[in-house]
Design a protein. Structure first.
Length: 202
């Protein structure tokens, strides 16, 4: 698995990542992590949790990965092709304000994304998704329709998804994410939050 710290690139194999994860009681994967602000904040808040941020764009991650804490790892990978080194290690996944191919994969039930999520997570893992209100509108979906489609996709894929909750501008401002701050001050200052728990597929 390719990881970065500033301008330095490194490769971590399955054995090395498993050893790192074993040093922490909890492993949290942030998928489509953007500039890494969310991961950086949570790692500092939860020093006994291993935070792994995954994004395909290395340029966005260079600054925050340079100042990463020991319990932080930034990996370069496509969300639709998660590295095998992550298999079975993750107890919590967050997907914050997806757009583009990642949002489309959630709405359409892309098998690469869904199979990857099940592959990397442990039984009863928690999945949290915050849907960008503006991105849903660009997909020509009302908030309720977008949330319903993602819930349906998750439930079919072996996740028990709860009812959506709405995040208003103030709640976005309280979210430690660069995208959340932009949304809070933008033309569509709202988002939808979904939480799901992995269950056994019959």
């Amino acid at each position: 698995m390719e990881c970065i710290q500033g301008t330095r690139k490194m490769t971590i194999d399955s054995q090395q990542l498993a050893a790192l994860a074993a040093a922490y009681p909890y492993t949290w994967l942030d998928l489509g992590t953007g500039d890494g602000r969310f991961v950086q904040h949570m790692a500092r808040t939860l020093p006994r949790t291993l935070l792994i941020g995954v994004d395909a764009c290395r340029e966005n991650l260079r600054e925050r990965s340079r100042r990463s804490t020991p319990n932080t790892l930034f990996a370069i990978a496509n969300a639709l092709a998660l590295p095998a080194e992550l298999d079975g290690l993750v107890q919590r996944v967050s997907i914050n304000f997806p757009w583009g191919s990642l949002l489309e994969a959630l709405l359409e039930g892309d098998a690469h994304l869904l199979n990857g999520l099940r592959r990397v997570t442990r039984p009863t893992a928690l999945l949290e998704i915050r849907l960008n209100g503006g991105a849903l509108l660009q997909s020509e979906l009302a908030a309720e329709e977008g949330a319903a489609r993602v819930r349906q996709v998750l439930n079919r894929a072996g996740w028990r998804c709860g009812a959506p909750t709405y995040l208003a501008a103030q709640q976005l401002k309280d979210t430690p994410s660069s995208w959340a701050q932009r949304l809070a001050h933008g033309p569509h200052p709202w988002a939808i939050s979904l939480r799901a728990v992995a269950i056994e597929i019959a």
